[in-house]
Design a protein around this ligand. Sequence first.
Ligand code: SAM
Length: 304
Amino acid sequence: MNGKALAWCVNGGKRLATLGNPQETIQILQKHDFHFQKKFGQNFLVDTHVLGKIVEAAEVGENDFILEIGPGIGTMTQYLCERAKKVLAVEIDKNLIPVLKETLSPYSNVEIIQGDILRQDIAEIAKKYNGGKPIKVVANLPYYITTPIIMSLFESRVPLENVTVMVQKEVADRMKAKPGTKDYGALSLAVQYYAEPYLAANVPPNCFIPRPRVGSAVIRLTARTEPPVPVQDERLMFRLIRASFNQRRKTLQNAIANSSELPYSKEETGQVIQEAGLSPSVRGEKLGLAEFAALADRFLQCGE
Ligand code: SAM
């Protein structure tokens, strides 16, 4: 699929998007004398096929409000504006604001905020722009803060429908990993507690300017309306999960007993593990969400 084949109906059937290929991107960067800032994780997408895949995976519809994180020069923003009702784009780099004003000038359904996404009140944004209804988030994320951005969206209970993001391939693999595999860890459990992951595309380095050193992937995280497992104390469950994977090679019993975040002795931990019907030598990497939830409930009981 190329840019033309997408043929989105906008402004009487005409597509206005001009970005999405290396020539246009280089031209606009030169025109504004833009210099990439490594500290902001700037790798701009220059592939219409991948851009199409992202908006398709996000299931962007004409009634949707979309929050875009890090619009860069506005490449994906143009694609989003052509499909969604309203787009709000949050960009940290002041030098990109004049560029965005130019590239997004054909669109009346976009607003730009200059600032750090981690400092925005996203629940307030959902309230103001979408009447508090669940929003869709789309981003080619700056890789240096992928995990904090995703976790803060889910943990702060922002009303979310889905989050469709370009991340490092290795991070996408960790998000969707199952117990007992090499990629499985605390991130897999946290993401899968809040959302259902779906890998939409693998993206090679040559789809970006400048090229990143690693492969990338587009992953959609569809927010769950209910937690997949019942647990009395979520925070305790996540402390147990972090403890298990901080010392991945240790047994679950030693990892929990050694954790500075948890008050349990080796004996107490051993007893809870036994009561849960698990082997004394089990490692956290073998346990799924249901088992961590059951362990958390048992630890809670023994502390009462
Ligand atoms: N969306 C553009 C694209 O696909 O071509 C740019 C993607 S680039 C990987 C990441 C973008 O996020 C950059 O424009 C960068 O300046 C911006 N950014 C980095 N840190 C940010 C933050 N904390 N808040 C908002 N934007 C940020």
